[in-house]
Ligand binder design. Structure first.
Ligand SMILES: Nc1ncnc2c1ncn2[C@@H]1O[C@H](COP(=O)(O)OP(=O)(O)OP(=O)(O)O)[C@@H](O)[C@H]1O
Ligand SMILES: [Mg+2]
Length: 330
């Protein structure tokens, strides 16, 4: 079983779209897939045509502090297709951020729940919220791999640097290793700005950048309204082809096959091939670029606050500093 979190605290960078469509494409390849909606916005839940208001049980019941009764993931599942289940979310899940504060083992709730799954799955895909708090920590603690969608905006990159700090911290403090890979989403080849940001992503992630690039495709937006993965709606859409290619790359453990279903899409390497020429153009026009590393902002967040307050991180420019004193109980 591979557990993959889709994370980036930058809002709207394609996490949920990736969670839904990657899950669907993995299932259509014969895998048993569980999509865990860990976001109180419940977009993955609604995007699969499940109404949160009609749910009796949700991720809230799994993650809320244990009062002696543990509700396993198996008890909340909603079947989407034969081999595709959803662990749904509701707005109530937001209460967990407060309720878990100070609770024992608060960062391990999802990890334990995934570990105690009775049903066999090949893939567990976790859709994270756009914030750094207990829900995000639980998701990262539960996964061995993370896909970080980057919509080629500088805000998205700021989200990435924060996330990478937490991943590093988990490795140092908990010995929990996560393989994090960036995925370019909503790529619009017409914008030069996108290429500039892509260059920085490549500097940061190197080979941990998916070769598959998810292009901007309006069909992906429309399918959410229909409550369907794009493949159920329009198999010819480039959005579908790109997520098929991503699934192939994920199944192949990160190594892109030459002969992908969506192999006619642009590849990150190809897009970067001309970036040197692009940089020259920028210089000529007086636009300077900084290496991505210099844009990192290391703050004293970990040194000055307890994890109970992690939800405030979203509203600040702060970043974790590995080595803060108060991460012992992570
Ligand atoms: N490749 C794409 N092309 C066009 N639109 C897209 C693409 N990917 C996502 N979108 C649209 O962009 C919006 C944000 O996407 P999505 O909800 O997947 O982001 P998110 O990271 O999950 O957001 P949040 O942080 O709020 O959870 C949605 O309206 C979605 O339909
Ligand atoms: Mg989302």
């Amino acid at each position: 079983m591979r557990v993959i979190a889709i994370a980036n605290q930058k809002g709207g960078c394609g996490k949920t779209t990736t969670a839904i469509n990657l899950s669907s494409s993995l299932e259509s390849r014969g895998n048993r897939v569980l999509l865990v909606d860990c976001d109180p916005q419940a977009h993955a839940t609604m995007g699969l045509n499940v109404n949160p208001a009609e749910l009796e049980r949700s991720m809230y019941d799994v993650l809320r502090p244990d009062d002696g009764f543990f509700m396993g993931l198996d008890r909340i599942l909603v079947p989407i297709r034969d081999h595709f289940d959803l662990a749904p979310s509701t707005a109530r899940l937001s209460a967990v951020e407060q309720e878990l504060s100070g609770a024992d083992g608060r960062e391990n709730r999802l990890w334990q729940a995934v570990d105690s799954l009775q049903r066999p799955y090949d893939y567990v895909i976790i859709d994270c919220p756009p914030s750094i708090g207990h829900l995000c920590f639980n998701s990262l603690r539960a996964c061995e791999e993370a896909i970080i969608p980057i919509d080629l905006s500088l805000f998205s990159l700021r989200g990435v640097s924060k996330l990478m700090e937490i991943i590093l911290l988990m490795k140092e403090r908990l010995g929990h290793e996560i393989r994090a890979r960036a995925l370019i989403t909503m790529y619009d080849f017409r914008t030069r700005y996108a290429r500039q940001v892509l260059e920085r992503v490549k500097e940061e992630f190197g080979e941990n950048l998916f070769s598959t690039v998810i292009r901007y495709n309006i069909r992906l937006r429309e399918t959410v309204d229909y409550g369907l993965p794009i493949g159920d709606f329009d198999k010819r859409a480039i959005g579908h082809q790109d997520y098929e290619a991503l699934a192939e790359e994920v199944v192949g453990n990160g190594f892109a096959a030459d002969d992908l279903a969506g192999g006619n899409g642009p590849k990150a390497e190809d897009l970067l091939g001309s970036s040197e020429a692009f940089r020259e153009t920028l210089t000529r026009e007086g636009i300077t670029t900084r290496p991505f590393g210099e844009t990192r902002e290391f703050s004293s967040y970990m040194a000055r606050t307890d994890l109970e307050d992690v939800s405030v991180l979203e509203a600040t420019d702060s970043v974790f500093v590995p080595g803060g004193d108060d991460v012992e109980d992570l």
